[in-house]
Write a new protein. Structure first.
Length: 187
């Protein structure tokens, strides 16, 4: 998906504004859908929050019934307040957060593990009523090879590492357009 530098900046700004609005009641401004039609797309998106380089929250949607602009607002709020791995973000923490947005492609099936491209493909595993997702940047950030990435998606889905070796799992992959505040500050 093509997202301009200006649109990336708008989405990052609105993610931060959405988190602030929890405490201030500030209204989220309406986007200019005419000028930025990409904001109307129904792409999935994840918002990742970090603080001092450590994960502070990450929530999103694989696909969305809402326009991308609204999906990012919603994901930002949920990442800051509803990630079960972390306590809710406090108002005083907002200034210390770094925000990253991943806009997802439509998921597509993988026929074999050999098709997985590290750094390009995010993974979705749905098996036995369990589901897990890893964004494409995860194996890069954690220096994983393909086998470690498969172990990680199994663990994220509630299975033991190596579960993927017992049978060919039905994996879906996706790509993502990934951007964060620190990368856009200099531009």
């Amino acid at each position: 998906m093509k997202i301009t530098l200006e649109e990336k900046k708008i989405l990052l700004d609105i993610a931060r504004t959405s988190i602030k609005s929890i405490f201030t009641g500030e209204k989220i401004p309406e986007p200019d859908y005419g000028k930025h039609p990409v904001f109307k797309s129904h792409s999935g998106a994840f918002v990742t929050l970090t603080k001092a380089g450590s994960l502070r929250g990450c929530i999103g949607y694989i696909i969305s019934d809402s326009p991308l602009f609204e999906t990012v607002c919603d994901a930002a709020i949920h990442a800051s307040q509803n990630d079960p791995r972390f306590p809710s973000v406090s108002q005083s923490e907002i200034k210390d957060l770094s925000i990253e947005i991943s806009v997802l492609s439509e998921p597509f099936p993988l026929n074999s593990y050999d098709e997985i491209e590290i750094g390009k493909h995010g993974l979705i595993l749905e098996e036995k009523g369990k589901r897990g997702l890893l964004l494409p940047q995860v194996p890069i950030e954690h220096h994983m090879n393909r086998e470690q990435y498969l172990d990680a998606i199994c663990q994220k889905s509630g299975f033991s590492p190596g579960y993927w070796k017992t049978k060919q799992l039905k994996l879906n992959a996706f790509t993502a357009t990934i951007f964060c505040e620190k990368d856009l500050e200099a531009k």
